[in-house]
Write a protein that binds this ligand. Structure first.
Ligand code: CDP
Length: 202
C-alpha cells in the first residue's frame, strides 16, 4: 500500500526544498505539480491553446529547464484558473500519489482536491516579503536580472490569483499541519516537516 504526502503552499515558501528532503528521507518519489502548470503555461506562451496543451502533456515535458522563469510562472498561474486545464492534469497526479513505494506531491491543491485522503498533509508558508527575497536570490543566482520590488509584486499577484480562483483555490486543508518558514532555517523547516509526517505515520 502506498503512502501519500501532500505539501501545499504559496510560491517560494520552501515547498520544493522541503518536499525533496522529505521524499529523500522516506525513500519516496517526488512530484513538483507546479511543473505541470508551468509546462502548460510555456506552451501557451508559444501560442498553443491551454486546454489542448494540458491534454497533450507527457512526463518528459516536465524536464524542460526553461520552465523556471518568472514569465512561465505567471503564465502557469493564468492557465491554472481554467477548470478544463486542471481536470486534464488530475489523473496523472492521482496515479503518482498512489504509486506503491510512497509519494510526495507539492503544489497548491494536493491536500484539498488531488489527494484529500493523503496520509500526511502539510501547508508550508512564509510572509510575502521573505518569499520574494528568496525568489529574488534564486533568480540572481541563476544569472537572471531581477529587481526585488518586481519579484515581490509578482509573488503577491500570483498569491491573489491562486487563492482567489473559483477552481481548486490555494488554501490549507483543515487537517494540514501548517509550517511557517519565515524565521526558520532550511534545516529547521525540513526537520519540522519530517516530524509532522512521522506523527501521521504512527
Ligand atoms: O515554484 P513556485 O512556488 O513559484 O510555483 P509552482 O509551484 O511552480 O507553481 C506555478 C503556478 O502553478 C502557481 O502559481 C499556481 O497557479 C499553479 N499551480 C496550481 O494551480 N496547482 C498546483 N498544484 C501547482 C501549481
Amino acid at each position: 500500500m502506498g503512502f501519500a504526502i501532500a505539501i501545499d503552499g504559496p510560491a517560494a515558501a520552501g515547498k520544493g526544498t522541503i518536499s525533496k528532503a522529505v521524499a529523500a528521507h522516506f525513500g519516496f518519489a517526488h512530484l513538483d505539480t507546479g511543473l505541470l502548470y508551468r509546462a502548460v503555461g510555456a506552451r501557451v506562451l508559444a501560442g498553443v491553446d491551454p486546454i489542448a496543451a494540458a491534454r497533450a502533456l507527457v512526463a518528459e515535458d516536465l524536464e524542460d529547464a526553461g520552465l523556471r522563469t518568472a514569465d512561465v510562472a505567471q503564465a502557469a498561474s493564468r492557465v491554472a484558473v481554467i477548470g478544463a486545464v486542471r481536470a486534464a492534469l488530475v489523473d496523472f497526479q492521482r496515479a503518482f500519489a498512489r504509486r506503491a513505494g510512497g509519494a510526495v506531491l507539492d503544489g497548491r491543491d494536493i491536500g484539498t482536491v488531488i489527494c484529500p485522503e493523503a496520509e500526511a498533509k502539510l501547508f508550508v508558508t512564509a510572509s510575502a516579503e521573505v518569499r520574494a527575497a528568496r525568489r529574488h536570490a534564486e533568480l540572481v543566482a541563476r544569472g537572471a536580472e531581477a529587481v526585488f520590488e518586481t519579484v515581490l509584486a509578482e509573488v503577491k499577484e500570483r498569491d491573489a490569483r491562486d487563492a482567489g480562483r473559483a477552481e481548486a483555490p490555494m488554501v490549507a486543508a483543515l487537517d494540514a499541519v501548517v509550517i511557517d518558514t519565515s524565521d526558520m532555517s532550511i534545516d529547521a523547516a525540513v526537520s519540522a516537516a519530517i516530524a509532522a509526517v512521522e506523527a501521521a505515520r504512527t
